[in-house]
Design a protein around this ligand. Structure first.
Ligand code: CA
Length: 231
């Protein structure tokens, strides 16, 4: 299989160069440009596996590039947004972006999101049916969860959250990521809903069974890890 080809559309030349080098180091083939209109032309006329698209761009902004691209192609797009540009994120996702990442970002997070967006591509991969993280087992087909072999009753939202965290075990997941994945990009309610549901899961999974699998990473988010029993 040949390396995935990524297009970077970013007018900050040093940032674009940095990301290009990192991606090449990870084995991706990379093309980059620094202008919205040029980016749109490349995106329309060549085939990329994924596009990293800055929003604030000269000549044509990223959202407009995305809007025009989506009329013709469904190439996965990850938007690069400025901190606090909430409306850009919402508009971007409504316009058909697959994900977004807020600048400044850690390159590891970008790589993780890129891998996730690329994974979604090949014809509807079958989700993993059985997931195990330490004492916790999740059977996606039977919609059943056990901890140390004991059944746990979860609501469907709790189940979805747990499933996503188990699929991404050992990866720290931000509230934003959990919210957009489990509740959907169009969710407009309270953002602390994630914390509330983590608390429910903690009660039902960890506290009820004397294990510790759901960890808070202060200021970052949550991670599910196989934890030792502490009873
Ligand atoms: Ca920019």
């Amino acid at each position: 299989m040949s390396a995935p080809v990524i297009l970077i559309v970013e007018d900050e030349v040093s940032l674009a160069r940095f990301v290009e080098l990192e991606l090449q180091h990870e084995g991706y083939a990379v093309k980059k440009c620094h202008d919205g209109r040029e980016g749109l032309n490349l995106a329309l006329n060549e085939n990329f596996d994924l596009i990293l698209l800055d929003i604030m761009l000269p000549s044509l902004n990223g959202l407009e590039v995305l809007r025009r691209l989506r009329k013709e192609k469904q190439t996965p797009v990850i938007l690069l947004t400025a901190r606090d540009a909430v409306m850009d994120k919402v508009t971007g996702l409504d316009t058909g972006a697959d994900d977004y990442i807020t600048k400044p970002f850690a390159i590891e997070e970008l790589l993780a999101r890129l891998r996730a967006a690329l994974r979604k591509q090949p014809a509807a991969q079958t989700p993993q049916e059985m997931l195990t993280v330490g004492p916790v087992r999740l059977d996606a087909l039977r919609h059943a969860v056990t901890v140390n072999g004991e059944n746990v009753n979860l609501t469907s939202r709790e189940f979805q959250l747990l499933q996503y965290m188990m699929e991404n075990a050992d990866i720290v997941l931000s509230r934003e990521t959990l919210l957009s994945t489990v509740w959907g990009y169009d969710y407009m309610g309270e953002t602390n809903v994630v914390d509330v549901y983590i608390r429910y899961l903690r009660q039902k999974i960890d506290e009820a069974h004397g294990v510790k699998t759901l960890h808070t990473i202060r200021g970052v988010g949550y991670v599910m890890k196989a934890g030792e029993s502490h009873v």
